[in-house]
Design a protein around this ligand. Structure first.
Ligand SMILES: Nc1nc2c(ncn2[C@@H]2O[C@H](COP(=O)(O)OP(=O)(O)OP(=O)(O)O)[C@@H](O)[C@H]2O)c(=O)[nH]1
Ligand SMILES: *[C@@H]1O[C@H](CO)[C@@H](O)[C@H](O)[C@H]1NC(C)=O
Ligand SMILES: *[C@@H]1O[C@H](CO)[C@@H](O)[C@H](O)[C@H]1NC(C)=O
Ligand SMILES: *[C@@H]1O[C@H](CO)[C@@H](O)[C@H](O)[C@H]1NC(C)=O
Ligand SMILES: *[C@@H]1O[C@H](CO)[C@@H](O)[C@H](O)[C@H]1NC(C)=O
Ligand SMILES: *[C@@H]1O[C@H](CO)[C@@H](O)[C@H](O)[C@H]1NC(C)=O
Ligand SMILES: [Mg+2]
Length: 407
C-alpha cells in the first residue's frame, strides 16, 4: 500500500511541477506519441537495469563521479569519496533521505550501501565524441579527466533524463558540505522556481573559451532569444568574467535539453576544446546559464560551509573553503582548515600562513550582500611571496566592493 501511495503522490507532485514550469499550453499526446512515451520509459528502465544497481526511488538525484585512484593527479591525492559521503549524510540529511544518491564509475568501485552504482559507458555518456578518433595527448590531464568534463557539460543531461530524473545535485569526491542544511535543497529550489543553483564563484574565463562563446553568439544565437553580452563587449570581459565553481551545483535537467542549450552543447562538443585545451564543464555550464537563463532562475546558496580544493604536490593549488552564514561553527571550521592545509600559488612558493578573508555574497538577483568568510590558499601563497595573484582564482570573492553577481 505504501509504495503505491508514494508513487501516486509522486505522480501528482511531478505533474504539478511541470505544469508550473512550462507556460505553453500542453496538448494531449496523440496515440503515436503515447506509444512513444511508453517506449521511452521502457528504454529508460532497460538502460537503468543494464547500467545501474537498484531502482529509481526519487525524481531527484545526487550524483558523484567516483574512481579508486585519481586519473590525473599523483599519489599525494587521496580519494575522499567516503568522507565526502559521510559529511553529506551528516549535514544534508533531509536532502539525502529524499533523493537517490548515484555514483557513476568505470567498474573500479565496490557497491556502497543505499547508493545506486551506475557504470560509465558510451550509453551513459562516457567517452570521446564519435568524431574524435584519437584523444589529443596531454601531459597533465588524462583522457578520463576529460571524459569527466564532457560528462558534466554535454552527456549527463540526456543520461539522467533517460534514467527518469528531473533535478540533479552534483557532488565531487573532494566536495565537502561542512555545516547543517536542515531543509531539502531540491524542494527549496522548486519552491523558489530556480533552475540552477551554485555555492561559490571562480574567476576564470580563458581567452580561447571567450572566443568560442563570442563566435557562437555571432553565428547563431540571435534566433535563440538569449541574453548576449552588451553590444561591443566580449564574453570574458563582461558576463563571463565570473564563473560558477560548479563542483557543487543543483539544476533542473530538462532545461539543459531545450533546443537552444542542446545546440550550444553540440557546438561546444564539436569545438573539441575539452580535449585540446581542457576547457572545463565549469566554463560551459556558466556560459549556458549566463546566455540562456533568466537571472531570476539562478540562485546562490551561501548558508552552508563548503570546501573544495585541488591538492597538487601536497599543497592547495586551487579552491579553498567558504563559510555559510547559518554555520555557527564557521570560525572554528575555518581555523581548523587554516591549521591543516598549506597553499601554493601560480609559480610561487608555498605558505602555511592562511588568512580568513571577509567579503559579501549575493544569493539572489537584486538581493542584499551577506558578509561571508573564506580562505583562498593560492591567494595567500601569492601574497606571501609578493607575486601578483593568479588571474584564475577560486573561491572568488571581492573583499572591498563586491560586484553584483547576477550579471
Ligand atoms: N571515473 C572517473 N572519475 C573521474 C575521472 N577524473 C575525475 N573524476 C571524478 O570527477 C570528479 C571531478 O574531478 P576532479 O579531479 O575533482 O576535478 P575538478 O574538481 O574539476 O578539478 P580539480 O580542480 O582538479 O579538483 C571527482 O569526483 C573525480 O573523482 C576519471 O578519469 N574517471
Ligand atoms: C519519439 O521519440 C523519439 C526519440 O525520443 C523522437 O525523436 C520522436 O520525434 C518521437 N516521435 C513522436 C511521434 O513523438
Ligand atoms: C529506444 O532505444 C532505441 C535504441 O537504444 C532507440 O533507437 C529508440 O529511438 C529509443 N526510443 C525512444 C522513444 O527513446
Ligand atoms: C569506502 O567505503 C566502502 C564501503 O562503503 C569500502 O568498501 C571502501 O573500502 C571504503 N574506502 C576507503 C578508501 O575507505
Ligand atoms: C603541465 O603542468 C606543469 C606543471 O604545473 C606545467 O608546467 C605545464 O605547462 C603543463 N603542461 C600543459 C600541456 O598544460
Ligand atoms: C601565472 O604566472 C605566469 C608568470 O608570472 C603568468 O604569465 C600567467 O599569466 C599566470 N597565470 C595565471 C592564470 O594568472
Ligand atoms: Mg574536484
Amino acid at each position: 500500500m505504501m509504495p503505491l501511495l508514494i508513487w501516486l503522490a509522486y505522480v501528482v507532485v511531478a505533474s504539478q511541477d511541470s505544469a508550473r514550469d512550462y507556460a505553453a499550453p500542453r496538448r494531449h499526446p496523440s496515440p503515436r506519441q503515447r506509444r512513444n512515451i511508453s517506449h521511452a520509459a521502457r528504454n529508460a528502465s532497460r538502460a537503468a537495469r543494464r547500467f545501474c544497481t537498484g531502482r529509481r526511488q526519487s525524481r531527484d538525484a545526487i550524483v558523484y563521479l567516483g574512481q579508486r585512484t585519481h586519473s590525473s593527479y599523483d599519489a599525494t591525492r587521496t580519494i575522499t569519496l567516503n568522507a565526502s559521503l559521510e559529511m553529506l549524510h551528516a549535514n544534508m540529511r533531509r536532502t539525502v533521505e529524499a533523493a537517490d544518491v548515484i555514483i557513476f564509475h568505470e567498474g573500479d568501485l565496490d557497491a556502497i550501501a543505499n547508493v545506486r552504482m551506475c557504470l560509465l559507458r558510451e550509453e551513459t555518456g562516457w567517452g570521446p565524441p564519435p568524431w574524435l578518433s584519437e584523444i589529443p595527448a596531454n601531459e597533465n590531464w588524462s583522457a578520463g579527466y576529460r571524459f569527466m568534463i564532457r560528462f558534466y557539460a554535454v552527456t549527463i543531461w540526456p543520461t539522467l533524463h533517460r534514467l527518469g530524473y528531473q533535478y540533479v545535485m552534483r557532488m565531487d569526491d573532494d566536495s565537502f558540505i561542512l555545516s547543517p542544511v536542515k531543509y531539502n535543497v531540491f524542494n527549496d529550489l522548486r519552491r523558489r522556481g530556480a533552475w540552477y543553483a551554485y555555492r561559490t564563484l571562480s574567476r576564470e574565463c580563458p581567452l580561447f573559451f571567450g572566443e568560442f562563446v563570442d563566435g557562437f553568439i555571432a553565428s547563431v544565437t540571435p534566433k535563440l532569444g538569449n541574453r548576449p553580452p552588451p553590444r561591443g563587449e566580449s564574453y570574458c570581459s563582461s558576463t563571463g568574467a565570473l564563473a560558477f565553481y560548479n563542483n557543487w551545483h543543483v539544476t533542473k535537467i530538462s532545461w539543459w535539453l531545450e533546443p537552444g542549450r542542446a545546440r550550444f552543447a553540440e557546438a561546444f562538443d564539436r569545438s573539441n576544446l575539452i580535449f585540446t585545451h581542457r576547457a572545463g564543464d565549469l566554463l560551459f555550464q556558466t556560459a549556458s546559464v549566463k546566455l540562456f537563463m533568466p537571472k531570476a532562475r539562478r540562485r546562490r546558496y551561501a548558508d552552508f560551509t563548503y570546501r573544495h580544493h585541488s591538492i597538487i604536490g601536497g599543497q592547495v593549488a586551487f579552491g579553498g573553503i567558504e563559510a555559510g552564514w547559518r554555520d555557527r561553527d564557521a570560525r572554528a571550521t575555518l581555523r581548523a582548515y587554516a591549521a591543516t592545509f598549506e597553499g601554493v600559488g601560480n609559480g610561487t612558493g608555498t605558505t602555511s600562513d592562511l588568512r580568513v578573508r571577509k567579503c559579501g555574497v549575493q544569493e539572489e538577483v537584486d538581493g542584499p550582500f551577506r558578509p561571508t568568510l573564506y580562505i583562498s590558499p593560492a591567494l595567500d601563497a601569492a601574497e606571501a611571496h609578493h607575486v601578483p595573484p593568479s588571474f584564475t582564482t577560486a573561491p572568488f570573492c571581492e573583499e572591498q566592493m563586491p560586484r553584483a553577481e547576477f550579471e
